[in-house]
Design a protein around this ligand. Structure first.
Ligand SMILES: *Cc1c(COP(=O)(O)O)cnc(C)c1O
Length: 361
């Protein structure tokens, strides 16, 4: 089997030791004689898995005691709806900083529930600093997309929202770097980028933001339901939570957030400097807002982009095609992407550029 490096934006690369562990335990999970998929979600064995996942996440992110950790379904997209359904009443206002496609989708759902005030940066290639005075006095919350998966941007510093709860969609960079959870009211992330397989969504919510949903809110859309039942009101995505737990264990064994951040900075710097030094490839994002996780790059001519993608795929670099709204290429280099994968991609890019300038076919 040739080496394949998976640069997909999501579902994305998982740590190899995690996949090996899953394989090893597939037919007999810890002496139960069955796979995790076959275990009752009410069994002691599964309770240990979900408790273990929560404990690991709390340890890695140093989540303060006044926050709940919830495991849900419906992806980050369902959070776009749940957040306003729980926290925004009719006639109330929430502020949304719109830094890309995912922010826009979040706004669209919130507008169905209450008033939304949007803050639109001038360019999709940079994110300005915001301060308390920028936001509506009576805002119920401020929502940001802290890492923009499609545009390849991130906040260089989080806005000070004062007493207003700050809510962040961290789907594409949670656990990629150190984080002060106490600055937020709610953090959420679909697992399939940096946490595990698709199917489970993690929310870290400050306790005072739970229990605010209106009477008519469906049980599964009310954060309080998940709190009251330990995320086991109905059947959760058991296998996804199991793999998530293994990923969290892998993060811990590899230096925690400090270790992840150091590796991620090294990988991103390697790729950005190769792009910046190249006379062919280009990344449009202003340096202070460049994502450590999702790195778009392109060449001027469409046919050269297409040729690059074709040759890269043949060489084992998979899913490098940029999002259809941006074009070109995008390398998603989440926690589980090894440094070696980025090194080999950079070498491949250099060779491609050299051959192109030599007029090779
Ligand atoms: C992928 C992504 C989403 C959508 O996630 P789903 O789990 O598919 O709903 C939302 N926000 C961001 C920042 C993403 O990267």
């Amino acid at each position: 089997m040739k080496t394949v490096y998976n640069f997909s934006a999501g579902p994305a690369v998982l740590p190899k030791p995690v996949l090996e562990k899953v394989q090893e335990e597939m037919l007999d999970y810890e002496g139960t004689g069955m796979s995790v998929m076959e275990l009752s979600h009410r069994s002691g064995a599964f309770q240990e898995i979900i408790d273990g996942a929560e404990a690991l996440l709390r340890g890695l992110l140093r989540i303060p005691d006044d926050f709940h950790v919830l495991f849900m379904q419906g992806g980050a997209s369902l959070q776009f709806s749940m957040i306003p359904l729980n926290l925004l009443g009719p006639g109330q206002t929430a502020d949304y900083i719109v830094t890309g496609s995912w922010s826009k989708k979040a706004v669209k759902e919130a507008e169905k529930v209450g008033e939304v005030r949007t803050h639109l940066p001038n360019s999709q290639h940079s994110i300005p600093q915001f301060s308390r005075d920028d936001f509506s006095k009576d805002a119920r919350y401020v929502h940001i997309t802290s890492n923009n998966t499609i545009e390849g941007t991130r906040f260089s510093g989080y806005p000070d929202t004062g007493e207003i709860p700050l809510i962040a969609d961290m789907s594409s960079h949670i656990l990629s770097e150190e984080l002060d959870v106490s600055k937020f009211g709610l953090i959420y992330a679909g697992a399939q980028k940096n946490l595990g397989p698709s199917g489970v969504t993690v929310a870290i919510i400050r306790k005072d933001l739970v229990g605010r949903a209106p009477e008519h809110c469906p049980a599964l859309l009310d954060y309080e339901t998940y709190v009251k039942h330990g995320s086991l009101f109905n059947t959760p995505p058991t296998f996804a939570i199991y793999v998530l737990k293994l990923v969290l264990k892998w993060v811990k064994e590899n230096g925690g957030l400090e270790g992840m951040e150091a590796r991620n900075r090294e990988k991103a710097e390697l790729l950005y400097s190769a792009i910046d030094q190249s006379g062919l490839f280009h990344n449009p994002v202003s340096p202070e807002n460049r994502s450590l996780m999702n790195i778009p790059f392109s060449v001027e001519k469409d046919e050269v982009n297409a040729r690059f993608l074709k040759e890269a795929k043949e060489a084992g670099f998979e899913f490098l095609k940029g999002h259809r709204s941006v074009g070109g290429m995008r390398a998603s280099i989440y926690n589980a992407m090894p440094l070696q994968g980025v090194k080999e991609l950079v070498d491949f890019m250099k060779n491609f550029e050299r051959e192109l300038s030599e007029g090779g076919s």
